[in-house]
Design a protein around this ligand. Sequence first.
Ligand SMILES: Nc1ncnc2c1ncn2[C@@H]1O[C@H](COP(=O)(O)OP(=O)(O)OP(=O)(O)O)[C@@H](O)[C@H]1O
Ligand SMILES: [Mg+2]
Length: 253
Amino acid sequence: MIEITNLSKSYGSTKALRDLNLKTSSGKIFGFLGHNGAGKSTTLKTLVSIHNPTSGSVMVDGMDLMEHRLEIKQKIAYVPDTPDIFLQLSAGEYWSFLIAAYQLDPVAVQSRLEKLTSLFNMNFHIDETLSSFSHGMRQKAILIGALMVDPDIWILDEPMQGLDPQAAFDLKEMMKSHAQKGKTVIFSTHNLDTAQQLCDELAILKKGQLIYNGPVEKLLAEHGNRSLEEVYLEMAGRVDQPIMSDLNGEHRE
Ligand SMILES: Nc1ncnc2c1ncn2[C@@H]1O[C@H](COP(=O)(O)OP(=O)(O)OP(=O)(O)O)[C@@H](O)[C@H]1O
Ligand SMILES: [Mg+2]
């Protein structure tokens, strides 16, 4: 279980997160929604120790993140918001680096790696450098690394971004199956259909503040069972639509 208590994060004078309180439990898919700049990546980067919180605490399986960083990192696979990392390595070198970092047995992990590279059509690109890949291929290489390591907690920041429809479908199935095994999947997305399809629990952030946390069905039931898009825009979007009507009327004379 991950328990976030009064978590705040500022970058200089920018308050990216304000007093966030959340709990995620095992066996669930937990989705973060929020406009650009709402604080989704900041939350996920704090969970994986890329950023230190300004204040507040994060407990993972009863351990304080600040005191047990390494042990907690071993429990987490992370896919960052952009796949532009380790660009000088080949895909195979990147995966070997992860095997070493997570202290996995290379022989034991080999068959899982082969299945993943074949599933994502990356088996003919193992020796090519990440810098030579398209955006989607880089995303696949990073995902394959995380799914190969397969620790209890997956933290995926906009993981379907740039994936082809087949890869996105396969990833969603893997996320469901990971949760069904009693493990945890935490991800962020801008795709409300994906969120509605996949999430057991939602957290909606607006300007660094949590404005909803709970099941999708509960949120929709509280709002007359309208679509998630309508409900989300009402909660997280603009109060009125003057900019849109101005833009639409601009060329009509
Ligand atoms: N490294 C950084 N240095 C300074 N400010 C940052 C940094 N990272 C994020 N911010 C700021 O923190 C706020 C939250 O950003 P964050 O990346 O968490 O948003 P997000 O919800 O992930 O947005 P997006 O949907 O665009 O990915 C924004 O105001 C952003 O400008
Ligand atoms: Mg982000």
